[in-house]
Design a protein around this ligand. Structure first.
Ligand code: MF3
Ligand code: CO
Ligand code: CO
Length: 257
């Protein structure tokens, strides 16, 4: 069931998103060679709790940490570890928090120190996929318009779109209806209405899209071990441009071509 959020509910989700944005901006400053993702996770948990919120991932179906930290060929749901990050790694951090009963979910990817140009391009194109998909998150459009736009941009660059995981509705629960695939057919699927809140979260691989699940039961890894980038925000459909609840003040970015 897809719920339409009231103005008051959106106000609360805006506060959750603003805190999450602050937390992630702080975490970005920590990413350097030699730092461990276990340390970044500790800082994340403290920032979340100091902000009066709860880390939603911790204990969620047994997930052990407050962030997902996925490195190189890990797509999503990586466990923070005590292995130091290395120069040139591709790190994705995904975090969900609960503030005053409302969830917000956002992820970013970045190079650790300096990375090869291929990695930098993968990160850039994945963010572009997000913004191009976001531009379709308009009342009257359909869910398939978003996935179609994301897929077209990724594949134009020779990349694989991960099929097994999708964006999702979000509200009182971390995962609500509808599912928001990063691939699809324009004009198909649920029609978008003002007050619908969901995530868009392209997961884009240098190589091909098939994945497997690590022995830990959680971490998703590309089968061809190509690197993968992830970028995510929580947004609300409005009568105008979509509003990024997890990125206060952001305006939609567009790309030539
Ligand atoms: N944040 C993830 C998402 O984008 C969900 C993570 S669940 C966890 O949907 F338990 F792995 F943290
Ligand atoms: Co997420
Ligand atoms: Co999500």
């Amino acid at each position: 069931m897809i719920t339409i959020k009231s103005a008051e509910e959106i106000g609360k989700m805006r506060r959750a998103g603003a805190l999450l944005h602050q937390v992630l901006e702080e975490l970005k400053t920590l990413v350097k060679p030699g730092v461990t993702t276990a340390y970044i996770d500790q800082v994340a948990e403290k920032l979340i709790r100091d902000g009066g919120a709860i880390p939603s991932s911790k204990g969620y179906e047994g997930f052990p940490a407050s962030i997902c930290a996925s490195v190189n060929d890990e797509v999503v749901h990586g466990f923070p570890t005590t292995k130091p990050l290395q120069e040139g790694d591709l790190l994705s951090i995904d975090c969900t928090l609960l503030l005053d009963g409302w969830q917000s979910d956002s992820a970013f990817s970045m190079a650790v120190g300096r990375a090869d140009p291929e990695t930098e391009k993968l990160i850039r194109v994945t963010e572009e996929c997000f913004w191009i998909g976001l531009d379709q998150a308009r009342a009257g459009n359909r869910i398939g318009d978003i996935g179609h736009a994301v897929q077209e941009h990724a594949e134009k660059n020779g990349y694989g779109v991960i099929r097994d995981l999708c964006g999702h509705g979000i509200g009182r629960e971390m995962h609500e209806d509808p599912s928001v695939p990063n691939f699809g057919t324009a004009g198909r699927g649920v029609r978008l209405r003002p007050g619908m809140v969901f995530t868009i979260e392209p997961m884009i691989a240098r190589g091909r899209w098939p994945i497997y699940v690590d022995d830990n039961g959680w971490t998703i890894i590309t089968r061809d071990h190509s690197r993968c980038s992830h970028y995510e925000h929580t947004l609300v459909v409005t009568t105008g441009d979509p509003e990024l609840l997890s990125y206060p003040g952001a305006t939609i970015r567009r790309f030539p071509g």
